[in-house]
Write a protein that binds this ligand. Structure first.
Ligand code: FDA
Length: 285
């Protein structure tokens, strides 16, 4: 179905465009401004092995283009997009194929973390592949009660972690529901990762948490090239640039593709002001 130009315009705040070329063009622009990127081909919960293989091929194409264009970028993928809910063995093969080619070209692959229904399986699959593909990293979510233990385990295994707060609606049985608790857990895991982890990525737009983490790293005389700060495309652009200007390594998560709906809705849910922005634009007609 043909998309309306208004849908394209409306999503453009958080999504680079519908094609890989859009994300590569945005990457070149951000690189010129001193920011690195990680590219996300939007899509999750595919229902056939063909769709999963299609997503794998998009990632393989991205890795080639990043290399040939000399871009400062890597990729972020979701296991349910590569077939986790269809056939775990096929999913593993798809991720392995992407990691293998990225490794040959000196690049890195981040496995995003999805809802808690997939946390254990995602960590197990990454751990298993990591023994062959050392260029694979994972994401931990500070809202999950298990994250303290997972942080220690990833550090022990040497697997690189992106730490974020977490974007799914999780029950209190597995997740902290209060902001104060999530922030405290982020703070704790961030310090541990900075002190003992391998090149952690602190993924948040929360200035207070970032300030604390950066101060902790400075106290420990940790060079700025031993960790990175990550933010989402379209969010706190000024902060992204000012941190880069202060010499921090800043990476922007750049999503693209036609399956933008769940990602876009998660961004709206995070801030009521975003929903107002959308509503205003729809009513304008
Ligand atoms: P918080 O929500 O407290 O926001 C702090 C400030 O940031 C706000 O006051 C506001 O200024 C700004 N802000 C945050 N969200 C905004 C929005 N949507 N629109 C406008 N302003 C906003 N999650 C996950 O479950 N699995 C994953 O793999 C990833 N991967 C990931 C990669 C990267 C690079 C980032 C930055 C984030 C993720 N996330 C994620 C999403 C993450 O879990 C979380 O939902 C968002 O980052 C929002 O939380 P903050 O940490 O920014 O804090």
């Amino acid at each position: 179905m043909e998309e309306s130009p208004r849908a394209v315009a409306l999503t453009s705040r958080f999504v680079a465009g519908r094609q890989a070329e859009d994300a590569l063009r945005v990457t070149a622009q951000l690189n010129r401004a001193g920011l690195m990127t990680t590219l996300d081909y939007l899509g999750e919960s595919v229902t056939t092995t063909e769709e999963a293989a299609g997503a794998r091929d998009v990632y393989l194409g991205l890795i080639e283009q990043i290399f040939h264009r000399g871009l400062q970028a890597n990729v972020s993928l979701k296991l349910t997009q590569l077939g986790l809910e269809v056939a775990e063995a096929a999913c593993r093969e798809n991720v392995a194929a992407v990691a293998r080619r990225a490794g040959e070209l000196g690049n890195f692959v981040r496995v995003d973390m999805e809802s808690s229904a997939h946390t254990g399986q995602t960590l197990a699959l990454v751990q298993d592949l990591y023994s062959t593909y050392g260029n694979l990293g994972v994401v931990l979510q500070a809202y999950l009660r298990r994250t303290d233990a997972d942080t220690q385990e990833m550090i022990r295994l040497g697997i690189r972690v992106r730490l974020c707060k977490g974007a799914y609606d999780e029950p209190a049985s597995v997740a902290y529901r209060r902001r104060r608790e999530v922030d405290a857990n982020f703070h704790r895991s961030a310090r541990r990762l900075l002190a003992e982890g391998d090149y952690p990525a602190l993924a948040t737009h929360d200035e207070r948490l970032l300030r604390e983490a950066v101060a902790f790293a400075a106290q420990r005389h940790l060079p700025k090239d031993r960790y990175e700060i990550q933010m989402l495309y379209g969010i706190r652009r000024g902060l992204q640039r000012s941190l880069a200007a202060q010499g921090h390594r800043v990476r922007v998560y750049v999503p693209f593709g036609g399956a933008w709906y769940p990602y876009f809705m998660r961004r709206l849910a995070e801030r009521p002001a975003n929903a107002w922005f959308v509503a205003r634009n729809i009513w304008k007609g």
